[in-house]
Write a protein that binds this ligand. Structure first.
Ligand code: SF4
Ligand code: SF4
Length: 66
């Protein structure tokens, strides 16, 4: 399971990450990009490549074995 983390200090609100993501994970809401469908992220990192200011990180989450 992946999670998108956006650094809003760096983000230029350009919307390139929204265009880049074929899974519809990120949407612009009130001029800010938000990962609205985080469970759809498959960790391809295309949004990272397209972000002009490297404001995105993808974190891999895993379930602990009990
Ligand atoms: S890593 Fe891929 S699937 Fe996940 S938000 Fe970025 S572009 Fe979309
Ligand atoms: S591509 Fe980068 S700078 Fe542009 S809106 Fe997305 S996170 Fe912000």
């Amino acid at each position: 399971m992946y999670r998108v983390v956006i650094d809003y200090e760096k983000c230029q609100r350009c919307g390139e990450c929204v265009k880049a993501c074929s899974m519809g994970v990120i949407e612009i809401i009130d001029d800010e990009p938000f990962p609205v469908n985080p469970d759809q992220c498959h960790g391809c990192e295309i949004c990272i490549e397209k972000c002009p200011v490297k404001a995105i990180k993808i974190i891999y989450l895993y379930k602990k074995k009990i």
